[in-house]
Write a protein that binds this ligand. Structure first.
Ligand code: DLL
Length: 436
């Protein structure tokens, strides 16, 4: 495979040089952080009052973690490190569970973010000859604008349609010969269902690749997408607190997501004790942003779970790879005392070929007990077959789930298109148990 790079020098920098660069940028970032009320107070307690107090990368450990609550409490300007005339853009999180978190960007911050996205795009093998349909929503969400500028930078033809309006999406794919999609995996699966409805065949389209991300998905979901569309799908990870997409992205080898370590220091910690874990050990991902001056964030706890993959990637990039996101510290479900992650359920059901493109996880109370109901769409031809086929499928899904999550769920089979569709991030879990 011929490997292409956007910035070969940085992407293949040897480890000592990369760490040297990290140290230089960490010092600068601590300097910016000390301009904010929040970090000035917080760092003073640890004896860090100037960038010179950071002597080596190991000094990072002296800095306390920053949490989402810290960011909310600093809303709206407590984490702003530059004067307002230097700020050229603001993004916020959706704020559905309280005050949003806010990120400010200077011109240079946006350029740094765009540079990372250009690296990601080229790493997948895509490039200036591609037609890029950006189906992530534009606006305060970072998914739309983030990739937009990255794609323009590498010279792709960008279709800035944003999320939703599925028929129009398909029409544009067909009329403009779209080759690369940027989309959530759940919405992409839904698009496949819609193709037949609008009488568009895969052969009418020129699709080659999809960048899928912004929500958790399993390896089996990726495979399903690749098989249904005959394309390559690349996992893309990021979060608004670390600029947005472009933090970690798969290269053509699709064996974990290269995290741009000249831009982010990545640590994995034990979410309970806060202890830093070694490579291959799963825990909460913590990032320090090294390429943003307007809102410096030090040791930000993402609540996402994953691990650092050991060893070199055949592509030659030296930036270490992050595993698929295996869950979140706050999405674990406790069902009759047993811990279950939605990702475990998805992994099981998406490898069963008769299972269609959508599913939901429901939780109800049944007397004193919790009831777990898995609703899955199946392919329509099965509904017109033998009843026993449906019974067998239900039993198979139940048994496979039981083997993986140790709970006996109730399984419901649904016709294609009958479960709710999300054009952005999917909401898979419906927990109707009374809250205490
Ligand atoms: O979702 C940024 C993004 C846009 C990433 C487009 C990729 C593509 P937020 O809205 O702040 O930002 O949500 C961030 O989404 O902490 C994860 O929990 C989840 N997430 C993002 N990408 C992935 C992924 C954007 N590839 C939160 N796999 C993160 C699993 C993901 N979860």
């Amino acid at each position: 495979m011929e490997v292409r790079f956007w910035n070969k020098e940085i992407e293949t920098l040897d480890r000592p040089a990369l760490e040297q660069l990290q140290l230089k940028r960490l010092r600068e970032t601590v300097g910016y952080a000390l301009q904010t009320h929040f970090y000035k107070n917080r760092l003073a307690k640890t004896g860090i009052t100037s960038p010179e107090d950071i002597k080596t990368l190991a000094d990072l450990k002296k800095i306390p973690y920053t949490t989402k609550d810290d960011m909310r409490e600093s809303y709206p300007r407590g984490l702003l490190a530059v004067s307002s005339d230097e700020v050229v853009r603001i993004h916020t999180s959706s704020g559905t569970t309280g005050l949003p978190t806010v990120i400010y960007y200077t011109r240079e911050d946006l350029d740094n973010w765009t540079e990372n996205l250009a690296r990601c795009i080229i790493a997948t093998g895509a490039g200036r000859a591609d037609v890029f349909q950006n189906m992530m929503s534009y606006g305060m969400f970072t998914g739309g604008l983030g990739l937009h500028y990255g794609a323009e930078k590498v010279g792709m033809t960008v279709i800035p349609i944003g999320g939703g309006n599925t028929k129009r999406q398909i029409q544009l794919m067909k009329d403009f010969g779209t080759t690369v999609l940027h989309i959530t995996p759940s919405y992409l699966l839904h698009i496949h269902d819609k193709l037949a409805e609008v009488e568009v065949k895969l052969s009418d389209l020129a699709l080659k690749r999809a960048f899928i991300g912004a929500e958790p998905h399993s390896e089996n979901t990726r495979k399903k997408i690749e098989d249904l569309f005959h394309i390559d799908a690349y996992n893309s990870y990021g979060l608004s607190e670390m600029n947005g997409p472009g933090v970690a992205f798969e290269c053509e080898y699709k064996n974990g997501m290269h995290t741009w370590e000249d831009g982010y220091i990545m640590e994995i910690i034990d979410p309970k004790t806060g202890a830093v874990l070694s490579e291959e050990m799963e825990g909460e991902i913590v990032f320090t942003n090294l390429i943003r001056r307007a809102t410096p964030l030090l040791r930000y706890r993402t609540r996402d779970l994953g691990y650092i993959i050991k060893g070199a990637c055949p592509c030659g990039r030296t930036h270490r790879r992050l595993s698929r996101i295996t869950g979140r510290t706050d999405d674990m479900l406790i069902v009759n005392g047993v811990n279950v992650f939605p990702s475990q359920i998805e992994e099981v059901i998406m490898r069963i070929p008769q299972v269609g493109t959508n599913y939901q996880i429901h939780l109800e109370k049944d007397g004193a007990l919790d009831k777990l109901i898995i609703k899955v769409e199946i392919y329509s031809k099965l509904f017109h077959g033998e009843m026993s086929e449906l019974d067998n499928l239900k039993r198979k899904i139940k048994e496979d789930l039981r083997a993986s999550i140790i709970i006996n769920p109730q399984v419901e089979l649904h016709e294609p298109g009958s479960l709710p569709v999300f054009e952005g991030k999917a909401k898979r879990v419906v927990d109707n148990r009374p809250k205490f």
